[in-house]
Write a protein that binds this ligand. Structure first.
Ligand SMILES: *[C@@H]1O[C@H](CO)[C@@H](O)[C@H](O)[C@H]1NC(C)=O
Ligand SMILES: *[C@@H]1O[C@H](CO)[C@@H](O)[C@H](O)[C@H]1NC(C)=O
Ligand SMILES: *[C@@H]1O[C@H](CO)[C@@H](O)[C@H](O)[C@H]1NC(C)=O
Ligand SMILES: *[C@@H]1O[C@H](CO)[C@@H](O)[C@H](O)[C@H]1NC(C)=O
Length: 681
């Protein structure tokens, strides 16, 4: 009987122990898990074990509900066991954590008198370290507590009966891949996996941690040789203890497995519940994704705005006025942008000269690389512009080797740009008497001067007689004669006076011609015709031969008006006295005399007495001899036509003298012309 009972009890024990040896569980999520919850611990609707939520200074306990036998009752040895779980800690602040999570093996699921905060819901000040506690804990601690000799605020430790770890280490893992330590941050919000393994026979406890989806590293984070038989009593419970302090840290366990006498079953990571996308996690998302995305968007918008502004400014900068009627003149239209590029933005060092009508710039057209001169004329006139452009364009059709080709134009608001062939040797007046260039320029020889006179004559002949229309130049003078590469004279600047003829405001300075070249009858009738051009050409010839301006205010009264002076010298039989002293004796006397006399003849006060250009050219070419001047009744009547104020006279205001032209070139406004007409008689 006794034996029977003995056998029975032995059998029972064996059954019991074999049951313990087999015990294992695996929770891939806790939705259907049989589990004991206490305090803040709860299972979320998607199966997360939520150890702590936002509530502060609270405890949390979660246990496998059944007690486990860790000990071989006959030998008293502790079985081998193994557990693994995936967890995550999400703090409201990225750098401040809470007391953390502890995996615990305890004799009871109840912890009367235990405190929250850093006591982790396991102990209080009085029972801390008491060997009667029989508590084994692996802590995941994100709070630095010097009372418990914590090494840092991000460590894993093994605790026995108290919270000062027997062994601890900063959270990291040794990678099997690159054989290096990698630090982990417990409160990163990222899920991580922890393994706790005890080898019974070897009495060794290993703790290993790794990021989610990284297989268990071969080298554990903590390895402690310790016989748990002194601590473990029979039976014990396994589970998690946690607590909150003053910082909101949400702590989750996503999955958990345990096995007595063997390796814990592997968790199916793909089946684990997802962490919620809210709270501090959202905040970190805002920081890590939101702010960069938003600032990128702001940057992109800013760049687009800047681009739009740039394009708009550019558009405004290069804006042109183009009306429908102008479309006919297509080939003669230039793009303002091209002219802008050609002249390097109308830079001052591309400036060729400043004339009565505007500034002239040198330029190189971007596509054809053709050298051009661009004349910028500002005007406010709307009225008559169409006719004027038509005239410009028709003048653009003029082709003669002694005419500066007008290549085209461009119209902007209040501005007209005329594009000419570039003349490398500049204008004749500069070579004749520009002081500033004197050092560099050679004195034009008589041969060159005579050639230039003939060039201009043939240009005028072309304009007056050889082209389909009669073109009156209106402004023949040395500054409008340009010199090409071979020093051939070319007549430029056509019809600009017309622009001002069409001007809206008669009070503004209206240039109608240049004093000294104006035929006397032009002042009376105000109409230009070929003979007014011939008059100006006469003045021009004298200018070239004598090397001085038609009117020189600072000269003696006798010499002030060139024409009068030449005439008086001629009447004394001393016409060669007037020859440009710079020439010395380097000229052909017959040619010189002929030019001087022809100059006087062309500038005859009676229009019909002036020879037409065809005749002028014949004289110049020596085909026919020039008639005797005495028979033509030349008189010194030119000076009488023009009122010239003496220097310092208060009457100077009647002259429209551009200060920069003082003493060199004078322009006359139409209203002044009238006052001369009435006052000069
Ligand atoms: C946290 O959980 C406790 C217990 O379930 C609950 O009473 C409390 O309202 C929760 N607090 C928050 C902030 O969710
Ligand atoms: C340890 O705890 C036991 C039971 O609670 C108690 O009797 C004993 O006095 C405590 N020992 C110390 C050193 O506090
Ligand atoms: C890892 O953490 C330890 C302790 O916090 C620190 O000394 C070490 O510099 C860290 N290593 C790296 C690579 O950040
Ligand atoms: C603990 O880790 C070491 C390697 O560092 C290993 O040799 C030993 O078997 C491990 N023990 C357990 C219980 O896993």
């Amino acid at each position: 009987m006794f034996f029977k009972v003995m056998v029975l009890s032995l059998l029972l024990r064996r059954v019991e122990s074999s049951q313990q040896e087999d015990l294992s569980f695996t929770y891939n999520g806790f939705r259907e898990a049989n589990i004991s919850l206490d305090g803040l611990a709860q299972i979320t609707h998607n199966g997360l074990l939520m150890l702590t939520n936002g509530t502060k200074l609270q405890k949390s306990h979660t246990f496998y509900p059944h007690p486990l036998h860790f000990k071989n009752l006959s030998t008293g040895n502790v079985f081998s066991f193994s557990t693994t779980f995936v967890f995550a800690m999400v703090s409201e602040y990225p750098t401040i954590g809470g007391p953390g999570i502890a995996f615990v093996i305890t004799p009871s699921m109840k912890f009367p008198g235990a405190e929250a905060g850093h006591y982790m819901g396991l102990f209080n000040a009085t029972n801390l370290g008491n060997s009667s506690n029989h508590v084994i804990a692996v802590e995941l601690d994100s709070l630095l507590n010097l009372d418990f000799k914590d090494i840092d605020d991000n460590h894993v430790g093994i605790d026995i009966n108290e919270l000062t770890s027997i062994k601890s280490s900063p959270t990291s893992f040794f990678s099997d891949q690159d054989h290096q330590h990698h630090n982990l941050t417990l409160i990163s919000g990222q899920p991580m996996q922890l393994w706790v393994e005890y080898n019974g026979p070897q009495k060794q406890l290993n703790v290993t941690i790794a990021p989610f989806n990284v297989p268990k590293p071969f080298i554990p984070l903590l390895s402690l040789n310790l016989d748990l038989a002194r601590i473990i009593i029979d039976p014990m419970f396994v589970g998690f203890s946690s607590a909150t302090a003053n910082v909101q840290v949400n702590q989750y366990v996503l999955g958990w497995s345990f096995r007595m006498n063997g390796e814990a079953g592997e968790l199916d990571l793909s089946r684990l519940p997802k962490l919620p996308r809210r709270g501090p996690k959202k905040k970190t998302k805002i920081v890590t994704i939101g702010i960069p995305v938003v600032s990128c968007a702001v940057l992109v918008v800013a760049i687009i705005l800047v681009l739009i502004l740039f394009i708009m400014r550019r558009k405004k900068k290069f804006a042109e006025v183009l009306e429908e009627w102008e479309l006919n003149y297509g080939p003669h239209r230039f793009k303002y942008k091209d002219l802008y590029i050609a002249t390097k933005g109308f830079k001052d060092n591309e400036l060729l000269g400043v004339g009565g009508f505007g500034r002239v710039y040198r330029g190189v057209l971007p596509t054809s690389k053709q050298e051009v001169a661009v004349k910028r004329i500002s005007h406010d006139s709307k009225q008559g512009e169409r006719e004027f452009i038509a005239e410009i364009v028709s003048i653009g059709k003029l082709r003669h080797r002694n005419i500066v080709t007008l290549l085209g134009y461009c119209r902007r608001k209040g501005e007209l740009l005329l594009v000419y062939d570039f003349m490398p040797n500049g204008s004749l007046n500069k070579l004749l008497y520009d002081q500033s260039d004197k050092t560099e320029s050679v004195v034009l020889s008589w041969t060159q001067r005579f050639q230039i006179i003939k060039n201009v004559a043939s240009a005028l002949l072309y304009l007056h007689e050889e082209w389909e229309q009669v073109v009156i130049h209106r402004d023949v003078k040395s500054s409008n004669v340009l010199l090409d590469k071979e020093m051939n004279g070319r007549l430029g600047d056509f019809g600009l006076a017309r622009l001002y003829d069409h001007g809206t405001d008669p009070q503004t300075t209206h240039v109608v011609g240049t004093l000294g070249y104006l035929a006397p009858e032009f002042s009376r009738i105000g109409k230009a015709n070929p003979s007014t051009d011939v008059f100006a050409f006469g003045a021009f010839m004298l200018e070239v031969a004598c090397g001085r301006r038609p009117i020189q205010i600072r000269a003696s009264e006798e010499r002030m008006v060139l024409m009068d002076w030449v005439l008086s010298c001629w009447s004394k039989g001393l016409i060669l006295e007037t020859v440009d002293p710079k020439l010395g004796t380097e000229y052909k006397v017959e040619e010189m005399e002929m030019v001087l006399k022809l100059g006087l003849l062309c500038s005859h006060s009676i229009p019909v007495a002036r020879p037409p250009m065809r005749q002028v050219l014949r004289y110049l070419e020596g085909e026919v001899p020039i008639p005797e001047l005495s028979s033509l009744g030349l008189t010194t009547n030119i000076g009488g036509q023009i009122f010239v104020p003496s220097e310092g006279s208060s009457d100077v205001s009647v002259w429209n003298i551009n200060p920069s032209y003082m003493g060199s070139e004078m322009t006359l406004s139409s209203s002044v012309a009238e006052s001369i007409l009435s006052g000069g008689r």
